[in-house]
Design a protein. Structure first.
Length: 473
């Protein structure tokens, strides 16, 4: 409680009071009595936010690339991707464990456990992130002469942003668990990129060089501002909704669930970002810039999957804990439909507009169009399965989910190491798409074998044999 009370005084109450009703009015759209309706409304809100945020992110990356040039832009995105990965991993799975436990505590009226979980996740993630940041700074000090000089200073500054990225991810998970998609997504995906761009432009206007050092400092400032504002608003709303007088801590229980999630999230984040890191190791920064621009353009398709994943987690958690297995299978099938068809449509449009979109970054970026085409094949393979890993996670199949990601990651790294020296950027894209296909195939197989549910766009949700085995459980 001391942490919450002290943090609550960082901003005058009148400002918090003005911010909170705005988020409240937006988030009430997601309120419904039927669980599926809640998930559908959350998916629609998350989808809308992701559309808006994708446009903001895409425009901001174009402007940053134009301002800095492909070399400095490549340095910045390489360091920023590493910071995002390490910041997320610093949570050690607690940001997803919140989604797993909080709805159950809320349904049981255990307000003390809700607040205890929220506070514990915040403290744990920030302490962990600080330790990782300190280790990174020490490594830079002792091994800095072995790192390319243009990466050293941005990496040093980037280490200081890890605690705020970790805290922001925990706040994101807390908001999702409560059915507040606006609170969850808008700070990270709308406010932060706008602030980064604003701070970079302001720094250049004040006379600083348009380089990676300026951009990473701007990202640091934007992340601290965004996360602290989100923290104050979320703390105020949580205390209103759960007016408990004490905190109930079940740290061991939470850690036992969080750590396998940490393994899953770690493998997943490395799987989705390893290509950028490996390209940065093998190729110069300007090639990193081209690859990242192509991948960022294809992120316009990824947000469909992200929106469904964000909305489905809470509903999966509720259905898994219930007895209606057919309802779970039916909802799983719905999530596949929500994922595949929009992804196919958006992907086709993005591929068609690819040459024009890449030219906005600069003339040298147009070589990334074939990268987009290759990556799209992997994205569609995943969309055909839907958020299968979310279902497995909420069903307690954490070890097998971690194994799937570990296998896909190993394949991704091996293919990157083999193909980048031969095919360059196209080799990196092929490796990533191949890993996505391996991941999708394994998810389909394991979800059917473990849960008796067929998550595939062209199949019925449950076969007769699988339904019988599911009911027998």
């Amino acid at each position: 409680m001391t942490l919450i009370d002290t943090a609550g005084r960082l901003l005058p109450p009148r400002y918090v009071a003005r911010l909170t009703p705005v988020f409240d009015r937006l988030s009430t759209i997601a309120t419904a009595t039927d669980g599926t309706s809640v998930a559908q409304r959350m998916a629609m809100i998350a989808f809308a936010i992701r559309i808006f945020s994708a446009a903001i992110a895409f425009a901001s990356q174009i402007i940053l690339a134009r301002l800095m040039g492909d070399f400095q832009y490549g340095v910045f995105v390489f360091v920023w991707v590493i910071a995002i990965i390490l910041g997320n991993l610093s949570c050690l799975g607690f940001h997803t464990a919140v989604i797993r436990f909080l709805p159950q505590y809320r349904s049981a009226g255990a307000d003390e456990a809700v607040l205890g979980l929220a506070v514990t996740a915040r403290i744990f993630s920030m302490v962990s992130a600080t330790l990782i940041a300190g280790t990174g700074i020490a490594a830079l000090h002792f091994l800095g002469d072995r790192i390319e000089s243009h990466y050293v200073q941005p990496l040093f500054v980037g280490a200081f942003v890890l605690p705020m990225i970790a805290l922001g991810d925990v706040l994101d998970g807390t908001a999702r668990a409560n059915g507040w998609p606006v609170h969850a997504l808008s700070p990270t995906y709308i406010v932060r990129p706008l602030l980064i761009l604003t701070f970079v432009a302001g720094a250049i206007w004040l006379g600083r060089m348009a380089d990676a050092n300026t951009a990473i400092i701007a990202a640091l400032a934007a992340t601290y501002f965004t996360t602290l504002a989100q923290f104050l608003v979320m703390t105020t709303r949580l205390r209103k909704r759960f007016p408990a007088q004490r905190l109930e801590i079940h740290f061991k229980t939470w850690l036992m669930v969080a750590f396998p999630i940490f393994l899953i999230e770690g493998f997943y984040f490395m799987l989705t970002n390893a290509d950028v890191i490996v390209v940065g190791i093998y190729l110069p920064p300007e090639k990193v810039a081209v690859y990242f621009a192509a991948a960022k353009t294809m992120a316009l398709v990824h947000f469909v999957y992200f929106a469904v994943k964000a909305a489905a987690a809470q509903r999966f958690s509720t259905l898994v804990s219930g007895a209606d297995r057919m309802a779970l299978a039916s909802f799983a099938k719905q999530t596949v439909q929500w994922t595949f068809w929009p992804s196919l449509l958006v992907g086709a449009l993005v591929i068609a507009a690819g040459p024009f979109l890449l030219s906005l970054f600069g003339p040298s970026f147009q070589e990334g169009h074939m990268i987009m085409v290759i990556l799209f094949a992997g994205i569609i393979a995943k969309a055909m399965i839907g958020p299968g890993e979310v279902l497995l996670t909420m069903a307690g199949e954490l070890k097998i989910c971690a194994t799937i990601y570990a296998t896909a990651l190993a394949a991704n790294l091996a293919l990157n190491v083999l193909l980048i020296p031969v095919w360059g950027l196209h080799g990196a894209a092929t490796a990533t798409a191949g890993a996505m296909m391996i991941e999708a195939g394994l998810l389909h197989l394991i979800v059917r074998r473990r849960l008796g549910i067929i998550m595939f766009i062209a199949a019925a949700p449950v076969s007769g044999r699988d339904a019988s085995s599911t009911e027998a459980r």
